[in-house]
Structures are given as structure tokens and as C-alpha cells.
Design a binder for this molecule. Structure first.
Ligand code: F6R
Length: 246
């Protein structure tokens, strides 16, 4: 079931989710967090860094697993998701990096997917899985398609996703065309899933998620409707665009 939270602004959405994470870590210091990359969570990560520096939250016993990683670029590449997590969060908080996992982008892709699958369940499932959403409704790199995958796998990225992510690369040609990703079953296995969305490019995807009870593989986010504890945090601008009234 989806609980929709509408905030005044994107900044308020980030504050809301940062607060949820801080509360969880304070209640359960050795919790496991599922983390996401992309532009959307960056200000939320900044708030976690501020809270950690202010002594309001301690990440020293926290474990993390990330949703996905590009294939074909190493963790040292400035567009890899390992690099993203280090520079946007891990390097600035008191987490033990040995307790953070981002899938390997280089080497045997199938073995890397199997390793990610094992990490999803190692020590128990995530207490909270953070999510963004693609313009086409993708969740992690589970692309809108006739079929979806339950477990970690290699996904060919759609034109829509490559175009959306091209803004982070010098040239569109540099965007990797495949990625390793958790499957939908891995995401639904988390005890709680929290999705943040902002921006009118997400209107169609969020409409499909919050305005009906239909589930379709062509908007993978709609599968979250089967989760018993899914929270979707959107700002008023996006809620108005989809016609969500609460
Ligand atoms: C990133 C991820 C993706 C993004 C999505 C939205 O780990 O899993 O599904 O959440 O592509 O990206 P932004 O936030 O850049 O719009």
C-alpha cells in the first residue's frame, strides 16, 4: 500500500526523508539502508551529512547496499555510482566504508549481479530502501518493458534513461548502455521503501503510481503498490501536476 506524503517544496521532501532515516538509525544503530543515486537524493544526503556533523545521528554501525551501478566503468570513474556515493555521502559521515556496498561495474557482469543479489539479503533485508523514479517509471534500472526481473541482473538502458542521464556526462555517447541493478523482488523485499520525486518530468510516472491501483510493467514503480509499507514523498508542485488531492 502506498502512503503519499505531499510537502511544500522539494527541500521539505528531502528534510522529511532525511528525518525518517535519522530516526531509523537512532532507533536501530546497526540498521541496513538501501541507497539510491541520481540527482534527486543529493540534497537529502546533504541533510544527513549536516545531521551527522551536528552529532544528531551516528552511522558507525550502519550497513548500506546500493540499488545499481553502470556496467563498464570502474568505481573510480567520476560518473560511477560508487564514486557518487563516496563523494555525496560516505566521505562526509562516520560510516565504515567496509560496510557499504555498491555493485562492481567492471569484470564478469553475471558474477557481479550474483554478488549484488547476495548482498541484498546478507545480514537481513534493508530496513529502509530509498528510491528515486525515472521519467518512464523505472525503479533502480528496472526499465519499463513487457517483462520485469525479480532478482539482480544486467539491464539494457532505454533511450529515455540514456537521454535523462546524459546531463551527467560530457557527451551522450559516454553514457553506459547497460547497468547492473537490483530486481523488483529485491526492492520489494525491503521492510520499508521510500521514494522521493520532484520535477514535472516525473508527472506521468507519479500519476501512474499514486492515482490508481493499476499495476503495469510499463511503469515499474507501480509494483510498489504491492508493498505493505511504501512511502512516496512528493512536493506540492508535482502533486498538483498529477492531480493528487490527498
Ligand atoms: C539511481 C536509480 C534511478 C534513479 C532515477 C531518477 O540509483 O536507481 O532509478 O532514481 O533514474 O534519477 P534522478 O533522481 O536523477 O531523476
Amino acid at each position: 500500500m502506498i502512503q503519499v506524503v505531499v510537502t511544500e517544496s522539494y527541500d521539505a521532501s528531502c528534510a522529511y526523508v532525511a528525518d525518517m532515516i535519522c530516526k531509523l538509525v537512532n532507533e536501530k544503530p546497526a540498521c541496513k539502508l538501501g541507497l539510491a543515486t541520481g540527482g534527486t537524493p543529493v540534497p537529502m544526503y546533504k541533510k544527513l551529512i549536516e545531521a551527522n556533523k551536528a552529532g544528531k545521528v551516528d552511522f558507525s554501525a550502519v550497513h548500506t547496499v546500493n540499488l545499481d551501478e553502470y556496467c563498464g566503468i570502474p568505481g573510480t570513474h567520476d560518473q560511477s555510482y560508487r564514486y557518487f556515493m563516496d563523494t555525496n555521502l560516505f566521505d562526509h559521515i562516520n560510516i565504515d566504508k567496509a560496510n557499504t556496498y555498491v555493485a562492481q561495474g567492471m569484470g564478469d557482469a553475471e558474477a557481479n549481479a550474483a554478488e549484488l543479489e547476495a548482498k541484498v539479503y546478507e545480514g537481513g533485508v534493508a530496513d529502509l530502501q530509498l528510491l528515486g523514479i525515472g521519467n518512464n517509471g523505472h525503479i533502480a534500472f528496472n526499465e519499463a518493458s513487457d517483462t520485469l526481473h525479480a532478482t539482480a541482473h544486467i539491464e539494457k538502458l532505454t533511450e529515455s534513461t540514456i537521454n535523462a542521464n546524459a546531463r551527467f556526462f560530457e557527451r551522450k555517447e559516454d553514457v553506459p548502455t547497460t547497468a547492473i541493478t537490483m530486481g523488483m523482488g529485491d526492492i520489494l523485499a525491503a521492510k520499508c521503501v521510500v521514494l522521493i520525486a520532484t520535477g514535472l518530468a516525473k508527472t506521468d510516472a507519479i500519476r501512474g503510481l499514486v492515482m490508481s491501483d493499476e499495476i503495469t510493467t510499463h511503469n515499474p514503480s507501480t509494483m510498489l503498490k504491492m508493498h505493505p509499507n511504501a512511502v512516496v514523498v512528493i512536493d506540492k508542485e508535482l502533486a498538483d501536476a498529477v492531480g493528487y488531492k490527498g
